[in-house]
Design a protein around this ligand. Structure first.
Ligand code: GLC
Length: 422
């Protein structure tokens, strides 16, 4: 009798859980490059909460990926359960594997098979499924179609063409009275974004990937040095002096007011540029970033964000259910249309509505597929330190406090020392 009562009680609890009868508060942290977009994403979480009788807490992450990393590391090392779901960068699964709830408990191989295999692989650390791919990213070159047409210029396929066109149009527009016109805006502050821009320059010059997949530190080479010198030559010529303090939204701020010929940014900037209230609506093109030098190739850095459940969460299964919703075909499709976030489900690249909202998705599919990855897999939990070395040294070249040769030698020394720990 005792046993059967216990059985009935267990059955009843299981039944209630299957209907999510227990209301839970799930706190999610997202945000960053584009707060407005993330607030739009938040509504999907609210829909889910309403439908399932739960509540949502929302915590904005800082705009800088580097500041976000520091914040999340503090939360994780304190063992806090305050945040249930973290939106984590594509370079962080190795760093946060220990803090993650194993999503293999929830998502089987059939579910994973609908996402890009490479990203699922990236998010699997020592067999643990750390996070579900939320959206992917690739660095792009944006250009003003109206200004290029006005001056009879073509979109550039090399950095020297870009510099020439940027300088030409900047000079002409300033002479015509637009003193604010800039040739090229990008991310030059000392943070993770500069690691992305920097690896693009280096890779586009045939200068490798900073640290190669086999652990070789490759950054101290003539092509990488040439790339860094080229970028430094833009500061104060085709780019404003204070580009060395810019993050994504600073660059977009200049661009979006119509005051830049070219901008390096991520796909989210497309939907913002094309918004109804945008002064540059229908005057924008997007393409792969230029190549440099004789070994060069057009390129773009791989970025993107994943959703991870905190292993200390009080409600990991319910949190995972929210992730399932946030990464569903329906939500991902709406997100791709409204905010130009690249889907992590290949099927959506064939969707006519997604293609209509983002004409560059199809054109740049190869760029997205061949995007250059930062060396996070090889350096796993040391990636944050690797990136710090790289962006600080690159920053010192941009500000003129170090030569490209000295910075490359310093990076080689520091990264070799770090790589002994990998
Ligand atoms: C974007 C990318 C991310 C990258 C960050 C750098 O958000 O998706 O991967 O680390 O920019 O600022």
């Amino acid at each position: 009798m005792k046993l059967s009562l216990k059985l009935i009680a267990t059955f009843f609890v299981a039944l209630m859980m299957s209907f999510n009868v227990f209301a839970a508060k799930i706190t999610i942290t997202m945000g960053g490059d584009d707060e407005r977009a993330m607030r739009e994403h938040y509504r999907f979480a609210l829909d889910w909460a309403e439908e399932n009788g739960h509540e949502i807490g929302y915590v904005y992450r800082p705009a800088s990926a580097t500041d976000t990393l520091n914040l999340y590391q503090q939360i994780c090392s304190s063992g806090s359960s305050d945040i249930d779901i973290f939106m984590i960068d594509v370079i962080w699964p190795g760093i946060f594997a220990d803090c993650a709830y194993d999503l293999n408990n929830i998502f089987d191989d059939a579910h994973k098979a609908d996402f890009f295999e490479g990203i699922v692989g990236n998010n699997t650390v020592g067999g643990k499924y750390v996070a579900v791919p939320y959206f992917t990213d690739a660095g792009l070159l944006y250009y003003r179609t109206d200004l290029l047409d006005k001056y009879g210029k073509s979109p550039p396929s090399t950095w020297s063409e870009l510099a020439e066109t940027a300088q030409f149009i900047q000079d002409k527009e300033r002479a015509a009275g637009n003193a604010k016109m800039q040739g090229f805006v990008w991310q030059g502050a000392a943070y993770e974004g500069l690691t992305c821009d920097g690896i693009e320059w280096v890779n586009s010059f045939g200068g490798g990937n900073i640290i190669e997949a086999d652990g070789t530190v490759s950054i101290n080479n003539p092509n990488a040095i040439a790339a860094l010198k080229t970028a430094a030559s833009w500061v104060g010529t085709i780019s404003p002096e204070d580009v060395v303090t810019y993050k994504e939204e600073d660059a977009r701020g200049v661009w979006q007011t119509g005051n830049a010929v070219f901008m390096r940014n991520w796909p989210y900037a497309w939907s913002r540029s094309q918004a109804d209230d945008s002064p540059i609506k229908d005057k924008v093109g997007a393409m792969a970033l230029p190549g440099g030098g004789s070994d060069g190739k057009m390129t773009g850095a791989l970025g993107g964000w994943q959703l991870m459940v905190n292993k200390n969460s009080k409600n990991p299964e319910i949190a995972a259910d929210l992730i399932k919703h946030m990464t569903s075909v329906e939500v991902m499709k709406t997100k791709a249309i409204d905010t130009s976030n690249l889907p992590t489900r290949p099927v959506l690249y064939d969707d006519p509505d997604v293609k209509a909202a983002n004409p560059f998705f199809g054109m740049l599919f190869d760029t997205f597929n061949n995007a250059v990855a930062r060396p996070s897999t090889v350096s796993h939990k040391y990636y944050g330190q690797v990136s710090n070395v790289f962006f600080n040294e690159v920053h010192s070249v941009l500000t003129g406090s170090k030569s490209a040769e000295d910075a490359a030698a310093a990076m080689e020394k520091d990264l070799k020392a770090l790589s002994r720990k990998f």
